[in-house]
Design a protein around this ligand. Sequence first.
Ligand code: HXC
Ligand code: NAP
Length: 283
Amino acid sequence: MYTQKMLRDDALKGKTIVVTGGGSGLGKAMTKYFMELGANVAITSRDLEKLKNTAKELENETGGNCLPLQCDVRHYEEVEKMLEGVIEKFGSVDVLLNNAAGNFISPTERLSANAFDTIIDIVLKGSKNCTLAFGKHWIDKKETNKTILNIVTTYAWTGSAYVVPSATAKAGVLAMTRSLAVEWAKYGIRSNAIAPGPFPTKGAWDRLLPGDLKEKFDLAKKVPLKRVGEHQELANLAAYLVSDFSAYVNGEVITIDGGEWLVRDSSIYWKQFRRKCGINWKR
Ligand code: HXC
Ligand code: NAP
């Protein structure tokens, strides 16, 4: 049921989509579904080998086109080069999906200034770099019917202890989403966001539940629906938001978390987390 595909087979035919961080996890799941719906997809990240393997795997599985391009989103010149590569291959680009992210769990006072910067640079500066490069391109070329979709989290508006750099950066991305929804609507560019709750991926689980904590702490228990998300559920929502079916949705953030953020009490959650995992974070 949760893994059923939502849109008709040609829903994204003719569209070219760039998915940052598309070589793994949720980016890969969304890429696969976009390809199944007829889109050309470029996937980007720091690790070209991983991207090439993913592209090959998804092309074999879907029969679609997937272009792997190395690009560290922290560097504007790399983003501009990546955009050039996409245009060279596909002729134009219709959708930017800012999915790349970095995160780790830590008491904030133990973070070095560089550790904090690293997360801000990937998440906020990286999303800004891609948004600015793609937006300038579309506006300059007078191309319309374009979409930016940003992956944030529910703690973008609640904040969250122990993942403060990520919460700070995602809040910035959400503010950018809503601001540009207004400012760039006149150019035919929509901006929306998705705030996922827990969706198991190696990247997120290794960083947020390091070591054997994955076995000790069941994230499904803190979700009112008592389960974590299925990747296809997120892919269905993302495909809708980048398709023309959502042409009147602009400036929205859609939460897909089983109701988790509404019952989250950060202090109780972290107390339980520390007790269950035997972590002593007191000084
Ligand atoms: C404290 C840490 C740390 C940790 C790294 N640092 N890991 N500090 N706790 N666990 C510090 C380092 O000591 C260094 O500071 C600085 O951060 C940069 O570290 P590097 O390893 O040099 O960075 P880099 O190679 O650029 O790697 C970036 C990374 C890494 C973020 C540290 O984890 C990564 O590549 N992540 C990408 C994938 C990812 O994180 N996916 C999860 C997304 S999940 P010093 O001062 O020593 O130089 C997500 C879920 C949200 O966002 C919500 C879920 C419910
Ligand atoms: P993931 O697999 O670790 O995805 C993160 C991706 O970002 C990786 O492919 C990584 O690729 C890429 N990346 C990291 N730093 C980069 C950089 N400097 N330049 C370019 N790419 C970079 O984790 P995920 O769970 O799928 O996360 C995907 C998105 O969902 C993120 O925005 C995350 O915040 C969000 N999210 C996830 C959850 C969840 O439960 N999984 C919940 C809420 C929000 P490389 O390492 O190859 O560069």
